[in-house]
Design a protein around this ligand. Structure first.
Ligand SMILES: [Zn+2]
Length: 95
């Protein structure tokens, strides 16, 4: 079954990310599908985390006060974006 929302191949997704944010991964921003919080690669670095987690983990897992600890790889998939079938958070470009 094809999921609703956006489906990218890994290559398409990386191209899209680069189009939106450029080469600096600390400037990439993703939105948690559960709480809507937006976090950047820099936010993950600041929290002492691997910035690679930014597209699959809510920053609330790593900082207090967000009230959310969602992860895209958990039991339930509520993500609207999938890359090669894997759920990821959606891009959150600066308006
Ligand atoms: Zn969240």
């Amino acid at each position: 079954m094809v999921k609703e929302g956006k489906n990218y191949t890994k290559e398409e997704w990386l191209v899209e990310g680069q189009k939106l944010f450029g080469d600096d991964y600390t400037k990439y921003r993703f939105k948690c599908p559960k709480c809507g919080n937006v976090a950047s690669g820099q936010d993950f670095k600041d929290a002492g985390q691997n910035p690679n987690a930014m597209y699959c983990e809510c920053i609330g897992r790593h900082v207090s006060g967000k009230g959310c600890d969602w992860a895209a790889y958990g039991l339930f998939d509520i993500c609207t974006v999938h890359v090669d079938g894997q759920p990821v958070f959606e891009f959150a470009p600066v308006e």
